[in-house]
Design a protein around this ligand. Structure first.
Ligand code: URA
Length: 193
């Protein structure tokens, strides 16, 4: 099986068996979208209202902003893979609980194991908190970290503010745009190493 089919099959399987309590209230799962051959995987927090309705990640205002930043570095959504820590919308867009994050995490790790990206970009504190525990986003943003996990092996993570948090905050927005522009050089360096 090629990666695309393997990923589609894994997402279909997890959609059946994910034990996250959020699935009871959510309209549907939002597994993720993009290329199974992507060099870069972006990981947000959780689906919002639009994502819950459409079954696709980052399709609202934050998604538009993300698409603009991707375009600025010559990438399209189809070139990358976009997903979330939690695959179901939390009611009223509240933060996902540690239990909900734990329940969805094996699904995310499966996706990473199949795609084997060169960089994982964490969007916001929830994705950062899982992969780089103990690091504050205000200190970690714009930096790369190398970490090893039993099931996914060694991986490079790049921390960014969440586009939704930065959307209406001038300072954070400028910082995020600036950090985002570091991605191409980091990717080149990783490919050479
Ligand atoms: N915010 C997220 O973290 N994920 C989405 O899919 C949409 C908005």
């Amino acid at each position: 099986m090629n990666k695309e089919k393997t990923l589609a099959a894994a997402n279909a399987e997890w959609e059946q068996k994910c034990s996250c309590a959020l699935r009871i209230q959510a309209t549907r799962a939002v597994p993720g979208e993009g290329s199974a051959d992507a060099d870069i995987v972006f990981i947000g927090e959780a689906p919002g209202k639009n994502e819950d309705l459409q079954g696709k990640p980052f399709v609202g205002a934050a998604g538009k902003f993300l698409a603009e930043m991707l375009a600025a570095i010559d990438l399209k959504r189809e070139d990358i893979y976009i997903t979330n820590v939690v695959k179901y919308r939390p009611p009223e867009n509240r933060d996902p609980s540690p239990e909900e994050i734990d329940a969805c995490m094996p699904w995310l790790h499966t996706q990473i194991r199949i795609i084997r990206p060169k960089i994982i970009v964490t969007l916001g504190r929830h994705a950062l908190g899982h992969f780089i525990p103990g690091k504050k986003i205000s200190e970690a943003h714009g930096q790369a970290f190398r970490r090893t996990f039993d099931d996914i092996g060694e991986q490079i993570f790049f921390a960014l503010y969440h586009p939704a948090a930065a959307l209406y905050n001038g300072g954070m927005r400028a910082t995020l745009i600036n950090d985002f522009k570091k991605i191409p050089a980091l990717l080149e360096k990783i490919k050479k190493d």
